[in-house]
Design a protein around this ligand. Structure first.
Ligand SMILES: [Zn+2]
Length: 126
């Protein structure tokens, strides 16, 4: 088993909004933790051996949000080292596609956030 990718949970002090990834024990349910397992497994080398989890739990009331149910993670793509945004996006897209294939249809892998906050949102929503 590879140990090339270090998994980092963003801390409050590293966040522009003062709140890093809020992680609870519920995030380590096997069907949720598997998201991180496979995301790290397929992490592109351009990430420089670090995969950052930027969001776990959050409380949003105006719409259904699986972060609130501890069933989703956001995984940073901004740290993908690429010459341009479009290349960064392509690398992230490849990562998303491998991860989606591996996790299967009970999971959703969404690449979004644009040039300032590109990330993978991955959730269990059977
Ligand atoms: Zn998200």
């Amino acid at each position: 088993m590879s140990n090339r990718t270090r998994i980092i949970f963003k801390r409050d002090s590293e966040s522009s909004v003062g709140r890093g990834a809020v992680i609870y024990h519920a995030h380590f349910r096997p069907e949720i933790a598997t998201i991180i397992y496979w995301a790290a497994f397929y992490a592109p080398s351009e990430l420089g051996e670090e995969m950052w989890i930027t969001e776990g739990w959050r409380d949003i009331r105006d719409k259904r949000d699986l972060h609130k149910e501890c069933r989703a993670f956001d995984i940073d793509c901004m740290r993908i080292n690429a010459e341009s945004y479009s290349l960064k996006f392509l690398i992230a897209q490849g990562w998303a596609s491998c991860l989606a294939d591996e996790l299967g249809s009970d999971y959703q892998v969404i690449l979004h956030g644009g040039e300032k906050a590109l990330h993978l949102h991955v959730e269990l929503d059977p």
